[in-house]
Design a protein around this ligand. Structure first.
Ligand code: KPL
Length: 299
């Protein structure tokens, strides 16, 4: 299959490298670049092999050579990055949304109404140490679910991703998995960013983690997601433990004075809570604190 990766951050670079490693045709896309030179990238695999590869940039907005467009940008870049492709992208191209946060799907479904659209959630671990090096830091599962009728035919994607990443499968509960990941990110990311600590620090902040899970559980119930506060707490703590030495993406964004994904993580939770007339005061407080930090360097 022919893949184009939109957003060569840690996860995008990992998927690009792992797909190329198994012989897939992989290009990168960045609408802001006109004729960029190929990107040299070294992948360090889970078994510590170093694999050097070179990726060319696709610049034709129809992506004529692409079967699957994998969107791995920061969530706030999704709409600006896809906008130049609207009305141009070949309608046979499958779009896979594999980013943190929620709140982009309605826009993508309406602008690319003829394309197969898939939502994905991955727990694969990746670290981009430089522009030219990505490390596969942890095995993770990748779950995909169709967001429209056309996407139900896109099955060849699964075995290919499964071979490349060690796991990929269809999920008929993709909405539940997206919400679960949203809660993981809404708890781990702002807390670790504000504490300026790796994820494992939350093992000694369990009561705050529990309170945040208890506060958000009624919202998930309103959204039809069958997850108790206790289940959410167990899931969040398991991720914090499994990724104890890793720094969350929001900790890294704040530490490097970059815009964070808070609007599409906690901001999305607050917006949904508002629609259901629920209050999330502790999540709101985290939101305000991150916005305050972010505004200190984005203005
Ligand atoms: O997805 C993550 C992130 O950092 O954005 C977690 C799961 C918290 C791992 O660090």
């Amino acid at each position: 299959m022919r893949w184009t990766i939109l957003g060569a951050g840690a996860i995008g670079a990992l998927f690009a490298s792992q797909l190329k490693r198994i012989g897939e045709q992989v290009t990168l896309f960045d609408a802001r670049k006109s004729q960029p030179s190929p990107l040299k990238l070294t992948l360090t695999t889970l078994d510590q092999q170093a694999i050097e590869q070179e990726f060319v940039y696709e610049t034709d907005l129809t992506l004529p050579e692409t079967d699957v467009l994998l969107v791995t940008t920061k969530v706030w870049q999704v709409i600006p990055a896809l906008t130049p492709l609207t009305g141009k992208l070949s309608t046979t191209c499958t779009i896979v949304l594999l980013h943190n946060g929620m709140g982009t799907t309605d826009w993508v479904l309406s602008r690319f109404s003829e394309n197969p659209i898939i939502a994905g959630v991955t727990s694969a671990g990746a670290l981009k140490t430089t522009k030219h090096h990505v490390q596969h830091t942890g095995f993770g599962e990748t779950w995909l679910g169709p967001l429209n009728e056309q996407a139900k035919q896109s099955t060849p994607i699964i075995p290919t991703l499964n071979t490349a990443m060690g796991h990929a499968d269809w999920s008929d509960q993709i909405k539940e998995r997206q919400w679960q990941k949203l809660v993981i990110n809404a708890v781990i990311n702002p807390l670790t960013a504000l504490l300026n600590e790796p994820n494992g620090t939350l093992l000694s902040h369990q009561s705050q983690v529990r309170q945040l899970c208890e506060e958000v559980a009624p919202l998930l119930a309103k959204e039809g997601i069958d997850q108790t506060a206790e289940q959410l707490f167990t899931t969040v703590m398991a991720v914090a433990e499994r990724t104890a030495k890793n720094y969350s993406s929001m900790q890294q964004d704040i530490a490097h004075q970059r815009k964070t994904e808070i609007d599409f993580i906690t901001g999305y939770l607050l917006q949904k809570a508002n629609e259901h007339q629920l209050a999330l005061p502790q999540h709101h407080e985290l939101y305000l604190k991150i916005k305050e930090r972010e505004q200190a360097f984005t203005h």
